[in-house]
Write a protein that binds this ligand. Structure first.
Ligand SMILES: C[S@@+](CC[C@H](N)C(=O)[O-])C[C@H]1O[C@@H](n2cnc3c(N)ncnc32)[C@H](O)[C@@H]1O
Length: 282
């Protein structure tokens, strides 16, 4: 099958369903991107009615990603990055942050969304230290067998496994823990794991009510969405050394030995949904 032309002279790559929202494209729209369709924008408008802070959440996640990748590449000496659930390219992607700190840094992006795959392949063309694996992260055996992933792990050097806003797309907690464990076991000693994740404190409070309404609204489009408690998010780091400050609001997370981020506090804590942390494998 061939790509379909659009009225504005562009094209829709084969496999991209423009009739249903895609997580990657809704998130792209939240970040001010252009790689989205009306169905994505319509769902985003519905989300905004419930959570007008959505673009701030998305920006906080990207700012956190920048701090984590920047510290790993510049301070921790990591030169290999596996970005699992990479999303559509936006400003300051993992390879741009890492390679600006260390020219030798290499990045493998992994995603299974056809829109992301089309863009990911384009990334391959102009950067020989950036690779893309089109794979479903719920199938670790297949992901770990991907040539680019396998080559990165086979070097035996520390790797940073980044799962930013990805694990809450996997519904079952125990299965998700098992999936993370399989990836962690495949990492060389001295590797790092960075996770950001949407939180539901399930305490009957304001954030609990907000995210319940939000998840209900998007349920038909994203049926596997699972917001979790801080304890559940922390459990993905089991067996690893969780670095200070632990699993906290993304806007409050600072890299070891650095100052608190300047953007902390722009979202009231009672309405801040995104948490994350960084851990090291012994
Ligand atoms: C909200 S975006 C996050 C993008 C980026 N990691 C960030 O934090 O800016 C979540 C991404 O995870 C991807 N994703 C979700 N489930 C996946 C799966 N089972 N396999 C591969 N990718 C998946 C989606 O396609 C989407 O691109």
């Amino acid at each position: 099958m061939t790509n379909q032309p659009t009225s504005d002279g562009g094209f829709i790559a084969h496999g991209i369903d423009t009739t249903r929202p895609s997580v990657a494209r809704v998130y792209d729209y939240a970040l001010g991107g252009k790689d989205n369709y009306e169905t994505d924008r319509e769902l985003y408008r519905q989300i905004m009615k419930i959570a007008p802070e959505t673009p701030e959440w998305a920006k906080a996640n990207r700012a956190w990603l920048g701090r984590v990748i920047g510290w790993l590449a510049a301070e921790a000496g990591v030169t290999r990055f596996l970005d699992a659930g990479s999303g559509l390219p936006t400003a300051q992607n993992t390879h741009q942050i890492a390679q600006s700190r260390n020219q030798l840094a290499s990045v493998v992006y992994i995603d299974n969304d056809p829109s992301v795959i089309a863009h990911g392949r384009a990334l391959l063309l102009d950067n020989d230290r950036t690779h893309f694996a089109a794979a479903d992260l719920t199938r670790p055996d297949e992901v770990l067998a991907d040539p680019a992933v396998a080559e990165m792990l086979a070097a035996g050097e520390p790797v940073a496994l980044v799962m930013a806003l990805m694990l809450h797309h996997l519904a079952d907690l125990e299965e998700t823990r098992a999936i993370v464990k399989q990836y962690v076991e495949a990492l060389p000693s001295g590797s790092y794991v960075a996770i950001s994740h949407a939180c539901n404190p399930r305490d009957g409070g304001e954030l609990n009510q907000l995210v319940t309404e939000l998840v209900d609204k998007v349920q038909s489009s994203f049926p596997t969405l699972a917001f979790r408690t801080v304890e559940e998010i922390s459990s993905f780091f089991d067996g690893l050394e969780l670095l200070d400050p632990g699993v906290v609001r993304l806007v409050e997370w600072q890299a070891p030995g650095t100052e608190s981020p300047k953007d902390a506090g722009t979202i009231p804590g009672a309405r801040d949904v995104l948490y994350g942390g960084l851990a090291k494998k012994a």
